[in-house]
Ligand binder design. Structure first.
Ligand code: ADP
Ligand code: ADP
Length: 226
């Protein structure tokens, strides 16, 4: 686990679009931050800068006590969950879960242990020998989350992970993420445009608009009921 310190971070894309403007967020150890705001407000750009998938134009990001601007994305102790699952179609669920650990040279016995633990948490035990095409959308999304969990990263970054699922599945997966959050307590940044997801999951909500923070606070402070 770790703190994430986003300090005066800006993103100016080649061509001159300022997508993120002097954003400051201090994320506590174990805190679950949800980024919301209209399409094009800079949510994805900000998340991708923390992930190391996008160059930071100005400012700094620290994860723990490490400045990550110059750290290779592969060396950042974070795991990202996307909406398009990004599973390997030719590998079984077990192999998909094990792949990242295997690449890092994790010993076989530890891989087996961590995969078993993640599979138990995500109710994927019956599907370990299946390939992704033989899974439902919800099961695939759970494998994608499993791949993040097995790494035991300092932080999770979620980029609209549930937006490809139907409404009913979104609700149940939302609950599942909430349970995992309680159980693991891993520092997280979660991007969504779904207000209920934001309300359910967030310790703190950050509302972005035009690349700037418009509001930041507990869900009930941000979403007033009239
Ligand atoms: P959101 O995730 O909130 O929808 P984005 O971070 O995707 O917002 O985009 C923020 C702004 O940056 C938008 O104006 C978008 O058009 C622009 N943008 C995103 N990616 C690029 C890029 N690769 N090059 C230039 N402009 C981009
Ligand atoms: P290798 O790559 O050296 O053959 P792996 O660790 O990849 O060994 O495992 C080989 C196969 O055994 C994989 O296809 C995997 O699906 C299966 N397997 C290994 N351990 C387990 C386990 N604990 N539960 C289910 N399947 C497993």
């Amino acid at each position: 686990m770790a703190t994430i310190d986003i300090n005066q971070v800006s993103k100016i894309y080649t061509g001159g679009v300022t997508a993120v403007r002097s954003v400051d967020i201090n994320i506590a150890d174990g805190e679950f931050i949800v980024l919301v705001g209209p399409s094009g407000c800079g949510k994805s750009t900000l998340l991708r800068m923390v992930a190391g998938l996008e160059v930071i134009s100005q400012g700094a990001v620290r994860i723990g006590d490490r400045v990550v601007n110059d750290v290779d994305p592969a060396d950042r102790d974070i795991a990202m969950v996307f909406q398009n699952y990004a599973l390997y179609p030719h590998m079984t669920v077990y192999e998909n879960l094990a792949y990242g650990l295997k690449n890092r040279g994790t010993p076989k016995a530890e891989i087996a242990e961590r995969v078993a633990e993640a599979a138990r948490m995500l109710q994927l035990e019956p599907y370990l020998e299946r390939r992704p095409r033989a899974l439902s959308g919800g099961q695939r999304q759970r494998v994608a989350m499993g791949r993040a969990i097995v790494r035991k990263p300092a932080a999770f970054l979620f980029d609209e992970p549930l937006s490809n699922l139907d409404a009913k599945l979104r609700v149940s997966m939302r609950g599942e993420i909430k349970r995992l959050q309680r159980r693991l307590g891993t520092t997280s940044i979660y991007v969504t445009h779904d207000q209920l997801e934001a309300m359910t999951l967030a310790d703190r909500l950050v509302v972005l608009n035009g690349g700037q923070i418009e509001q930041i606070g507990a869900p009930l402070e941000v979403y007033h009921t009239p």
